[in-house]
Design a protein around this ligand. Structure first.
Ligand code: NAD
Ligand code: G6P
Ligand code: MN
Ligand code: MN
Length: 434
C-alpha cells in the first residue's frame, strides 16, 4: 500500500485532496494518509482531519488517516510527500499584501515584495523537510504546492542535492479547462495544449484543436465572447481586442499584475481601504469553511471551497502522483528543470512546462523559444526568483535590496529599501537566515 504524508494538513484544501485520493483509489491505493501540521494549526488539523475520516468511511475505502504534529515520525518510509503549508499563517500574507501598498507597490501573495518574503519564510522550512526526507524516506517524491511554488522548486534544485522534487500549481489545469470551454470543445481529447513559462507566468504556446493549430481561433473567440478570469484570487480586468490580437498568446491571469499594473494597483488599494485585501477575504472564507467542516453530518467536500483560488488543485496533485506511481507517460504541467525545453531560458533553471510523467519523473517537452513579447518579463522574474533563493540561504541584506529592486513591480532602489526594511522587521520571527 502507498503511504502519503501531507505537510500543512490543516489546510482548508485538504478535503479536496482526500476526495481526489478516494476517487482514484483503484489505480492509486493509498493505505496511509498522514496529515502533519504544527501547534498553531492543531485546531484546524483536528477539524479537517475528522472530516477526512468521515469521507473515507463513507466511501468505504481502506485508507487510514493519521493526524500528527510530529513531522519526523510521520515521514518515516513515506512514498510521497506533499506540501501545502503557509509559514506565518494568513497574518503573514496580510502583511505581504499591505506593506508594499503603503509605498505604492502591488502587494500580492506570490508577486512583488510579498512573493519575495513568502519565499524567504518558506524556503528554510522546505530545506528542513528535505533534510528529514533524506534521512527518513530517501526514495520519496516530494510534490509541492506550497507557494511560491516555482521559486521553492528553484531553491531545491539550486541549493540542495534532492532530485525527486516537483512543484505544482492549479493554474495550468484551470488554463486548459478555460481553453476547452472557449473553443467549445465537447471532450478533453479534442484539445491539446503545450504550456510553457515559469510558475504564475505561463502561456498557452501551442493549442491544437481537432488536430489543427488553434491559437488564433482561441484569441478571436476570446475577443468575441469576452473572457472570464477563472482564478478566483485575481480580479478580472479585460484586455483590449487590439492587445490580444497582437500579443497572440493566452497568458495566465497573473500577467495582469505586470501589464495592467496601474489598474491592478488601484484595485488593491481600494480593497485595502475596505479591509478586503485577499488575505482578509480568505480569512473570512476560511472561517466559514471550518464552521461547515465541524458539522458531524458533513462527509464530502463543500461547494464553498470553490471560492478559493486554488480550487481543483487536488486534480493536479492526485494525477501527478498516480502517473509517477503507475508510470503512465501522460502529459502534465509541472515545475521542473528546463533541460532545453524552453530554448531561450537556461537549461538548469526551473520552468513550468508540459512534461511527460513516468516513474522516473517529469520529462519536459521541447517548446522552442518563448515569443519575444513574453520573454523579457519571464527572464526578469526568473532572475528575481534565483536571487531570492540565494538570499533565502545567505540572509545578505545588500543582495536582498538588489533582489527587491529588480522585481518588475518595484524598480526603485529607494522604495525597495523602505519596503525591505519594514518587511524584514514585520516578518523577523520567520526569517532565521537574517
Ligand atoms: P493555510 O493558511 O490553511 O495553511 C495550511 C497549514 O499549514 C496550516 O494549518 C498551518 O498551520 C500549516 N503550517 C504552517 N507552517 C507550517 C510548518 N512549518 N509545517 C507544517 N505545517 C505548517 O494555507 P492554504 O490556504 O491551505 O495554503 C497552503 C499553501 O498552499 C500556501 O503556501 C499557499 O500559497 C499554497 N497554495 C498553492 C497553490 C498552488 O497553485 N501551488 C494553490 C493554493 C494554495
Ligand atoms: C491560485 C494560485 C495559487 C494561489 C491561490 C490563492 O491562483 O495558483 O498559487 O496562491 O490561487 O488562492 P486564495 O484563495 O488563497 O487567494
Ligand atoms: Mn499557483
Ligand atoms: Mn476585489
Amino acid at each position: 500500500g502507498i503511504k502519503i504524508v501531507t505537510i500543512g494538513g490543516g489546510s482548508s484544501y485538504t478535503p479536496e485532496l482526500v476526495e481526489g485520493f478516494i476517487k482514484r483509489y483503484d489505480e492509486l491505493p493509498v493505505k496511509e494518509l498522514w496529515l502533519v501540521d504544527i501547534e498553531e494549526g492543531q485546531e484546524k488539523l483536528e477539524i479537517v482531519g475528522h472530516l477526512a475520516k468521515r469521507m473515507v468511511k463513507k466511501a468505504e475505502v481502506d485508507m487510514n488517516i493519521y493526524l500528527s504534529l510530529d513531522r519526523r515520525a510521520a515521514l518515516k518510509d513515506a512514498d510521497f510527500v506533499t506540501t501545502q503549508f503557509r509559514v506565518g499563517q494568513l497574518d503573514a500574507r496580510e502583511k505581504d499584501e499591505l506593506i508594499p501598498l503603503k509605498y505604492g507597490v502591488i502587494g500580492q501573495e506570490t508577486n512583488g515584495p510579498g512573493g519575495m518574503f513568502k519565499g524567504l519564510r518558506t524556503i528554510p522550512v522546505i530545506f528542513d523537510i528535505i533534510k528529514d526526507c533524506q534521512e527518513l524516506c530517501p526514495d520519496a517524491w516530494i510534490v509541492s504546492f506550497t507557494n511560491p511554488s516555482g521559486m521553492n522548486a528553484e531553491a531545491v534544485f539550486r541549493h540542495t542535492n534532492w532530485k525527486k522534487f516537483i512543484g505544482l500549481c492549479n493554474g495550468p489545469v484551470n488554463m486548459i479547462k478555460d481553453i476547452e470551454k472557449i473553443l467549445g470543445a465537447k471532450s478533453e481529447d479534442q484539445v491539446n495544449v503545450k504550456i510553457g513559462g515559469i510558475n504564475h507566468m505561463i502561456y498557452a504556446l501551442d493549442i491544437e484543436y481537432n488536430g489543427h493549430n488553434a491559437n488564433k481561433e482561441l484569441i478571436e473567440k476570446m475577443i468575441h465572447a469576452g473572457t472570464e478570469e477563472s482564478l478566483k484570487n485575481i480580479v478580472d480586468i479585460p484586455w483590449s481586442a487590439e492587445f490580444l490580437r497582437s500579443y497572440g498568446f493566452l497568458g495566465i491571469g497573473y500577467l495582469r499584475y505586470y501589464l495592467q499594473k496601474q489598474q491592478m494597483l488601484e484595485h488593491c488599494q481600494e480593497d485595502a481601504k475596505k479591509h478586503q485585501c485577499r488575505a482578509q477575504v480568505v480569512k473570512k472564507v476560511e472561517k466559514e469553511l471550518f464552521e461547515k467542516y465541524k458539522d458531524e453530518n458533513l462527509d464530502m467536500k463543500p461547494k464553498e471551497l470553490e471560492q478559493r483560488g486554488g480550487a481543483y488543485y487536488s486534480d493536479a496533485a492526485c494525477n501527478l502522483i498516480s502517473s509517477l506511481y503507475n508510470n503512465k507517460g501522460d502529459i502534465q504541467v509541472v515545475d521542473t528543470l528546463n533541460q532545453g525545453a524552453i530554448s531561450n531560458l537556461p537549461d538548469d533553471v526551473v520552468v513550468e512546462v508540459s512534461s511527460v510523467i513516468t516513474k522516473d519523473g517529469p520529462k519536459p517537452i521541447p517548446v522552442g523559444d518563448l515569443p519575444i513579447q513574453t520573454v523579457g518579463l519571464i527572464q526578469q522574474l526568473k532572475a528575481f526568483e534565483i536571487l531570492t533563493t540565494d538570499v533565502a540561504v545567505s540572509g545578505n541584506y545588500d543582495d536582498a535590496l538588489v533582489t527587491m529592486t529588480i522585481n518588475p513591480l518595484v524598480q526603485s532602489e529607494m522604495i525597495a529599501k523602505k519596503i525591505l526594511d519594514e518587511m524584514l522587521e514585520a516578518h523577523k520571527q520567520y526569517l532565521p537566515q537574517f
